[in-house]
Unconditional design. Sequence first.
Length: 303
Amino acid sequence: MIQIEGLNKTYHTGFLMRPKKALFDIHLNVPKGIIYGFIGPNGAGKSTTIKVLTGLLNYDSGKVQVAGYSPRVVKSRTHLGYCPEQPYFYDYLTGRELMSFYGRLAGLQGVELQKRIEWALNLVHANKDWIDRRLRTYSKGMMQRVGLAQSILSKPELLILDEPMSGLDPMGRRDVREAILSLNQEGVTIFYSSHLLSDVESISDRVAMIVDGKIVREGSIQEVTSSCSVQYHVRTGEITSNIDLPKGVKASTQSGEWTCEDAVARDLFIQFCLNNGISIERIDHHRPSLEDILTEEIARAES
């Protein structure tokens, strides 16, 4: 559904229009029918990539295709829905009037338009009494819901969302997650950026991590998280911190919690405990989360 090969983008900023490279040789492939998370720190290039995909920004070089078309071609947006991070609408309209306006732009009218509006509002839990108030009275969370609702009015094949959960409370985040999953079950391909990495980890099929304009990791959640070693945490009974551990065992302790860096160290430490009559109360394994990995990649880029 989305193919990017060797994408480069440069901005020209300041009075002297000095060049600043934003994207470096980006390669991405988003198959049809999946949920694809796009993560990275502020200023990493997420919104720039999304604006290139939607045709809002031109690019220097590379090949970009959206549903088989270049984003420079209007036809690429025929089956595309998009919600920016900070949607701006005519604030003198009510939410329902806004939906009607965008529905007509999408070619809907009459009974079909009204049915589609009700469907979209219900999906994002925005069919409340406030939907008939003027947009200038909306909170950021209300505006996010309306922005998401308008982006799906045409029932697009591809939905691109820039920080769709930004500004939402926990209930709002849950509603948006459920809406994304529901749309995906209906066959919609979803490409979205987010800083809420726990949400990305829970609903995405694949993920790409961008730091300083470069893709540093890409793959399924399992592939990305399994690329880092698993730590094992062992809780024991009373044990002194200055014990003489056998050679090859790397463990550190704090209040009876021991951390073994790999499975070999774990097995040696457990055998050591058994041989010395030390009780083992619990063994847990900890695989790094997306947040752990992203933090590591940011630190590596800054070093």
